[in-house]
Design a protein around this ligand. Sequence first.
Ligand SMILES: [Zn+2]
Length: 280
Amino acid sequence: MIVDFHTHIFPPAVVRARDRFLARDEGFKELYSNPRARLATAEDLLRSMDDSEVDISVVQGFGWSSHDLCRAHNDYLLEAAARSNGRLLAFCTLQPLAREAALGEAERVAAAGAAGLGELRPHTQGYSLASAEGELLSGISERLGLPLLFHVSEPVGHRYPGKSGLPMAEFYEFARDHPGCRIIGAHWGGGLPLYGVMPELRTELASTWFDTAASSLLYRDRIYEAAIEALGADRILFASDYPLLNQSAQLQTLRALEIDEDHRRAIAGANAAGLLRIGA
Ligand SMILES: [Zn+2]
C-alpha cells in the first residue's frame, strides 16, 4: 500500500480567486503569490493518484491566520475525504489563538472524521509552541486522539518562501515534552532525524514521525539512507507535498533507493497505516 502523507488541496473558491486570499492572509501570500505555485483541487489530486498508483493521500489543511478561513478549508477537506471512498484522509487546521473557538472546531472535525490536525505553521500563524497555544494543541491531540503535523524548517541552508514556520529546535522540545501525542514533523522535521545518532533521541522521539514532503527541493536522496541509519525506517513517512512536487517522481525516488525492501515498504505506507490505524 502506498500512502502519500502530505498533499495540499484547496476549495475551488480559493483556486479561482487566489488574489482575494493573497490579500487576506500573509502566510498564504508568502507561499502562493508566485503564480507558478500551483493550487490543486481534490479532483486534480485523485487524477494524480491514479497516474502514480498512490492508494491513499493525506490532504493537509493550510495554516491560515484566521479561524474562519481554517474552518471553511476544513469543510472542504472533510467533504473531499467523505466522498473519496477512503482514498483521501483529512488533516484539518486550527488557529489556536482563537482559544474556545479552536477547541470547538477540533471537536467538530474529530466528529466529522478528521484523521489528524495539520499542516500547522505556528510562527506563520502567530504563536509559538512553548506557550498556552502549544498546550491547547497537545491537550486536543491527547483528548481526541488526533495526531499533529507541523511544518518544520531547517536551521541551516538556502532560503525559500515558507522557510519560517517552526524552527527545528522548538519542534523537538515540543515533541520531547508531549510523549502522549502522536506528532509528525513535515519536511524531514528540519533535519531532526539525523540527530538520531544521539542515543537519547530514539526514546525522546518515540511517538514522533517525519514526512518526506518536498524532499528533493531540500536534500540529496541520500537523506533517506542517512535518516534510516540515524533514527530508523519506522519513523519515516513517504510524502510528496503535491502539487508542489509530482507524486510519481517522488515515488520513483523511493523505488530507486538501494535500501532494504522491508524499509521501503514501511516508508511507502506501512508506517502511515500503523500511525493512522488504517485497516485496524
Ligand atoms: Zn510544509
